[in-house]
Design a protein around this ligand. Structure first.
Ligand code: SF4
Ligand code: F3S
Ligand code: FES
Length: 232
């Protein structure tokens, strides 16, 4: 089959404004969109710029807006996209070039919630034990691959890029609800701030966008509930 791929191109160093460029490409229905983008870059137009690495839905580097929906290019099949496919960069971040966006703010928000285990107590002689039910409490949020699909699908983030965003909250949740961690208070201070969880208006776009199936809105609600019950 042949597919027509419309890609939003923009090089801020040279272009006055973004434009859409179309490529007609031979593809198999079972090809992933990433295969098609690679074919364009390797065989038709080497100037096309996008991020990718693992090609198996693990690294999170090829999230982009595909037919208006945030998805990983390596996890979507051509047969599910129709004969004309529109590909654009994630919304809400500055474009570096074409489909590559500047994720500096995204990772700043991620670091702000201290996404590592905090515990200064003397370590036990063996592992820090945890029951299955304690592990279950944060199992869902361990699956995040930092693709930014959630944050860049959130209208609250579009209207206020200072909002810490669902991805950072998911990664805070992963440690706040870990029974071995002692850093919840530090993280909750950040999440209770002006640009923290209260900017979330429970719109659910983040949950719909997550390629890992994480219940993002539910994780945000867990944090809000904890703030209301522990801090008031
Ligand atoms: Fe991506 Fe899901 Fe993590 Fe958000 S929560 S960054 S959508 S994997
Ligand atoms: Fe945004 Fe998700 Fe909340 S889309 S408003 S972070 S539920
Ligand atoms: Fe790694 Fe798609 S290239 S998630």
């Amino acid at each position: 089959m042949q597919v027509r791929v419309r890609i939003r191109r923009y090089d801020p160093a040279q272009d006055q404004r973004p434009r859409y460029q179309e490529y007609v490409v031979d593809a198999e229905p079972e090809d992933r969109l990433l295969d098609v983008l690679n074919r364009i870059k390797w065989e038709i137009d080497g100037t096309l710029t996008f991020r990718r690495s693992c090609a198996h839905g693990v690294c999170g580097s090829d999230a982009m807006l595909i037919n208006g929906v945030n998805r990983l290019a390596c996890k979507v099949l051509v047969r599910d996209l129709g004969s004309t496919i529109t590909v654009e960069p994630l919304r809400g971040f500055p474009v570096v070039k074409d489909l590559v966006v500047d994720m500096t703010g995204f990772f700043k928000a991620y670091r702000a919630v201290k996404p590592w285990l905090i515990n200064d107590e003397t370590p036990p002689p063996t592992e820090r034990l945890q029951s299955p039910s304690e592990r279950e409490r944060f199992d869902d949020t361990t699956k995040c691959i930092l693709c930014a699909s959630c944050t860049t699908s959130c209208p609250s983030f579009w209207s206020n890029p200072e909002y810490i965003g669902p991805a950072a909250i998911v990664n805070a949740h992963r440690f706040i609800f870990d029974s071995r961690d002692r850093g919840a208070a530090e993280r909750l201070d950040v999440l209770n701030s002006r640009e923290g969880v209260w900017r979330c208006r429970t719109i659910f776009n983040c949950t719909d966008a997550c390629p890992r199936g994480i219940e993002v809105t539910r994780a945000i609600q867990d944090v809000k509930r904890l703030l209301l019950t522990e801090r008031v």
